[in-house]
Design a protein. Sequence first.
Length: 205
Amino acid sequence: MKGILGRKIGMTQVFDPESGQVTPVTVIQAGPCPVVQVKTMEIDGYEAVQIAYEAVVERKLSKPELGHLAKAGATAHRHLVELRGQSELQVGETVTVEAFEPGEAVKIAGISIGKGFQGTIKRHNFARGPVSHGSHNVRKPGSIGASATPARVFKGQKMAGRMGGKRITQPGLVIHGVDAEQNLLLVKGSIPGPKSGIVEIREAK
């Protein structure tokens, strides 16, 4: 599994100098990510590569975290993420944006933008009720269950509640450009999360 950690910078657009075609892209500051640990089937029961991202001063990490990073010869980093699957990476190597090429298919995971407490129309795309003749059911959820049978509301009923702020994986994305000097990835289209949010970029199967 090939992957890298990064921070979402924002969106812009790229013009093709020949055709003049406009492509909306998301700019991601990705890597460099040192490989901290390689997990194997024999020892751990599964295969994965653990990478670190965003160097910080040592006082911002606990002693166990610093010891884990020092064992791999890495300095203090804020984020640790495991990428499941087979990989040829070894402890001590560094993953950079050069691992990806323009035109490569990827999937990106991040924490979606939190919307707060929302009603059913915004949260679940419910239709609103009638607004004429004194109706009081304009943006209400409507019936949530039967009366005598089953005399309760089933679990999992779609209702109002907190929206967003969850891990979302967006498949079907394509790398549009790579800037190795500034550690930037340009991804065609939009990706989950707010500006400056942490994202995981992984190769699509």
